[in-house]
Design a protein around this ligand. Structure first.
Ligand code: HAM
Length: 418
């Protein structure tokens, strides 16, 4: 034991977890590439002002969750709280707006938010995310949702629900906000204290309240879908028609507003069948106004982020197992100084042939070394003692059957492979 441990809300990813991580990451990458997305990685450090402007001044992320600091040179930096703003920044910084549009980018990155840690909610988490920048076509929205459906299906997940909504745009949202605020104000006393605070800062957030006291009021609130302007309504109808054509099921959820300010039109979330605040395994939407908020020309975009920890949690809940990592095939045991040199030479030859090999270290009894070989799960033990060194040979034991043969040292690779 030591007096140190991981900071609150962060975890070590241990060797036994890695088969899950490798499987999810490999699947994510394969599916993203199938749909023509190319990988990008932005720095973990970013400018605070980028997130204030893109993610939104009134969001939880900016108000209380960023790991922000002023560095020794006076720059205001933060650990990346979310992936969209820096990818859109990179799109312009590297002139991707001059490429054929949309430009499709994916990332697998760590995010940092100082949230209250819970099961499935961490202060450092990983997201697989995709961003398609440069096209307003509702077909891009539909293709992105098809990608996510295929990704979750290939992981083996079942029972996920797709929640879908439209947030309108700068033309129609103000009238909705006015109606919503008016309605909530007349029912202010029936809202929880937390939601009364939200009402003044960010009334949309009241819609996805988890507070029992506010539920009745919220369920009677006006729906954004009744306020969409003609272009937003057309977009909404086209997205739904596209999903219907692909037989992708969804639930229309006018209370789905998401926690970031940049969304316009389509927003969505995939929810796992377990209850609670951590049920969202992925979410995203359109952000047609984001580019302008960071001083770039108006450029539409859409994306999602899917939390890898939550995906693995859901896989475990559904008893889904990833393919096993390759364990050692050979364990090389030896007794005596000369034998150690032969062991080192033999194991180097095995590894050069691509065979996973462990070598014993220190001077331990042959019995202890055989025990270690079994515990490591090796298929074969190679035994090198004084007799073997003298004869230029190696004894090979099949650890499953116990069968043992002595072979010339130069034949070891061929014997193990066959
Ligand atoms: P988000 O909904 O904040 O969206 O995060 C996306 C996903 O990341 C969530 O659905 C969840 O699976 C996972 N996630 C979020 N916070 C945590 C946490 N504290 N612990 C564990 N998992 C978490 C975004 O970040 C947007 N950038 C998504 C997007 C991309 N929208 C457009 N493009």
């Amino acid at each position: 034991m030591t007096e140190f441990a991981t900071p609150r809300g962060t975890v070590d990813i241990l060797p036994e977890d890695w088969p899950y991580w490798d499987y999810v990451i490999e699947t994510a990458r394969r599916i993203a590439e199938l749909y023509g997305y190319r990988r990008i990685e932005t720095p973990t450090l970013g400018e605070v002002s980028l997130y204030v402007r893109a993610t939104g001044e009134a969001t939880d992320i900016v108000q209380k969750e960023m790991y922000a600091f002023r560095d020794q040179g006076g720059d205001d930096l933060t650990l990346r709280p979310e992936g969209t703003a820096p990818v859109v920044r990179a799109y312009f910084q590297h002139g991707m707006n001059r490429l054929p549009q949309p430009v499709k980018l994916f990332y697998i990155e760590r995010m940092y938010r100082r949230e209250a840690p819970q099961r499935g909610r961490l202060r450092e988490h990983h997201q697989f995310g995709c961003e398609a920048i440069g096209s307003p076509d509702p077909g891009v929205d539909v293709e992105m949702l098809a990608l996510l459906v295929q990704f979750y299906r290939e992981l083996g997940l079942s029972g996920l629900e797709l929640h879908l909504n439209s947030m309108g745009d700068g033309a129609c949202r103000p009238a909705y906000l006015q109606a919503l605020t008016g309605y909530l104000r007349t029912h202010q006393d029936e809202l929880s204290g937390l939601d009364q605070g939200r009402l003044s800062r960010n009334p949309l957030r009241v819609l996805d309240t988890k507070e029992a006291k506010s539920r009745d009021v919220v369920s009677g609130a006006p729906s954004i879908l009744d306020y969409l302007c003609e272009p937003c309504r057309e977009h909404w109808n086209a997205v739904r028609a596209g999903l219907d054509a692909l037989d992708i099921g969804y639930q229309i959820d006018p209370a789905l507003v998401r926690g970031l300010d940049y969304y316009t039109r389509t927003v969505f979330e995939f929810q796992a069948p377990h209850d609670g605040a951590q049920s969202a395994v992925g979410g995203g939407g359109r952000y047609d106004g984001l580019a302008e908020t960071i001083g770039a020309p108006p450029t539409p975009g859409i994306g999602f982020g899917s939390g890898i920890e939550r995906l693995i949690l859901t896989m475990k809940e559904q008893a889904l197992e990833p393919p096993l990592a390759t364990g050692p095939r050979v364990y090389v045991a030896h007794l005596g100084a000369d034998a150690a040199t032969v062991a080192s030479r033999v194991s180097t030859a095995l590894r050069a042939a691509g065979i996973v090999t462990l070598v014993s270290f220190g001077s331990r009894s042959m019995k202890a070394q055989m025990k270690a070989a079994n515990m490591a799960g090796a298929a074969y033990a190679l035994i090198i003692g004084e007799d073997e060194v003298e004869a230029g040979a190696v004894t090979m034991r099949d650890l499953e059957t116990g069968a043992q043969t002595t072979i010339p040292a130069s034949e070891v690779v061929r014997a193990v492979v066959s």
